[in-house]
Design a protein around this ligand. Structure first.
Ligand SMILES: Cc1cc2nc3c(=O)[nH]c(=O)nc-3n(C[C@H](O)[C@H](O)[C@H](O)COP(=O)(O)OP(=O)(O)OC[C@H]3O[C@@H](n4cnc5c(N)ncnc54)[C@H](O)[C@@H]3O)c2cc1C
Length: 398
């Protein structure tokens, strides 16, 4: 019997195997950590091995490839300040997706649904596209997106597909194998730290609901209320109350940054290079204050890699919407452009403790969130509500 993968760290969950299966014999099922993995229904599988052949992750040659004089590297920020505020970095995604929507194209990307599941959707309007804005630090469920992208391309519709580098490689491999014309396809990935567990994300949402004893209306992973660099989370409750938590008291972000709850394939990532198969790559332009000090307003700047001729043409068409500077990639080499996330030694222990003792236990053991910090947060929120926060910030800066 064919198995799409042998070890969990060989499968990034991109759904290419499920999408290509001629018998619909593959479904994606969550493992214990909450990550989706393909499962083959042996009753209907005909051993055609399409699922193995389409897997880019297992067949990717990790020898460094170069692509002529690409990538061209830019620091970019959208001219519309509101767009920058609503985006995680400098609003590059909005500028690129506007280009596609204005030409009656469609945009695929990740949103948070009403049940707080992070998943890919197809956006045909600006309002749908706005749901894709902002990073969601959880592995998104691609559902049937790959098949839908194929149908759009077959129908002559222009498509922008956005996602993690492994999702982008997956969709490309699937379209190549199904001999789909990619003339109208634009793929835009981002520099990726790794994707955290959907199961722990669900735990985080549940813990917030318990903590505030109210339904959560809306959640934002990285609003800029405390600036671009301060990775604050925003929780909006049913009664309209907003709670902002800086990273030092955020359970979810601390677990994310510790790498303890990333998908196993993230430690074995094949895409951590500056040479990419997509048209465009976007990221946070960390370090911009050293090279373009006049942009150091802490509202966010995007790093954009233009990876091929098609990407260059697209950027040329949209460049007037941005302020941009050519920069040297050597000055902006974040670790995620060089090597996969390091796998912490305690990863197994962390998960075993979670299974045995629950979410509260691992939060206490592996994060710095505690009661004292909750009090600090209450004071910060009080200062914000009374408008005193800016005065205090000024005093601290002095
Ligand atoms: C899990 C994750 C890890 C990241 N790690 C890094 C990093 O280490 N270094 C770095 O510089 N940047 C990282 N980024 C990218 C960065 O946070 C910004 O998303 C990026 O710079 C684009 O910002 P923007 O202002 O152009 O647009 P935004 O509006 O913020 O861009 C949103 C785009 O991200 C996509 N997206 C959001 N969440 C997900 C998701 N869970 N899965 C797939 N696609 C998603 C949307 O579909 C949309 O295309 C990461 C993003 C995610 C989601």
């Amino acid at each position: 019997m064919i198995k799409p993968y042998m070890r969990e760290d060989e499968c990034c969950g991109c759904t290419a195997c499920k999408s290509i299966c001629p018998k619909n014999a593959i479904t994606l099922q969550p493992n214990r950590e909450g990550f989706l993995y393909p499962q083959v229904n042996t009753e209907i599988c005909v051993d055609c091995s399409q699922c193995v052949k389409v897997c880019d992750f297992q067949h990717r040659d990790t020898e460094t490839k170069t692509f002529g004089d690409y990538p061209h590297v830019l620091a970019v920020r959208h001219r519309n300040k509101e767009v920058v505020e609503c985006s995680t970095s400098g609003g590059a995604f909005t500028g690129i997706s506007d280009f596609v929507l204005n030409r009656n194209g469609v945009v695929y990307g990740a949103t948070i649904d009403n049940d707080f599941v992070v998943k890919h959707i197809r956006a045909v309007s600006e309002s749908d596209r706005n749901k894709l804005r902002g990073s969601k630090y959880v592995q998104s469920d691609l559902g049937g997106s790959f098949g839908s992208v194929k149908r759009d391309l077959d129908n002559g519709i222009e498509v922008l597909f956005t996602g993690t580098p492994c999702q982008c490689a997956g969709v490309k491999s699937y379209l190549e194998r199904t001999k789909t014309s990619m003339d109208k396809l634009i793929i835009c990935d981002f520099v990726c730290h790794g994707t955290p567990s959907p199961r722990l994300w669900k735990e985080h949402v549940a813990s917030l609901q318990r903590r505030y004893k109210k339904k959560i209306e809306y959640y934002q992973f990285r609003p800029k209320v405390n600036g671009w660099r301060n990775h604050t989370e925003a929780v909006v409750l049913k009664d309209g109350k907003k709670v902002y938590k800086p990273a030092f008291i955020q359970k979810h972000k601390q677990i994310f940054y510790s790498h303890l709850a990333l998908r196993k394939s993230c430690y074995n990532c094949k895409y951590t290079s500056i040479f990419r198969d997509t048209e465009l790559t976007i990221a946070d332009c960390w370090g911009i204050e050293k090279k373009v000090p006049e942009w150091n307003d802490d509202r966010g700047v995007s790093l954009v890699l233009i990876n091929n001729k098609k990407g260059e043409k697209i950027f040329d068409s949209i460049k007037d919407n941005f302020e941009y500077r050519q920069i040297d990639i050597k000055d902006f080499m974040q670790p995620q452009l060089q090597h996969p996330a390091n796998k912490p030694k305690q990863r197994e222990e962390f998960w075993n403790e979670y299974y045995q003792h629950g979410y509260k236990f691992i939060v206490k053991k592996y994060t710095t969130c505690n009661f004292k910090d909750e009090i600090i947060l209450a004071v910060i929120n009080l200062l914000r509500r009374t408008g005193m926060i800016n005065i205090v910030k000024k005093i601290i800066r002095r």
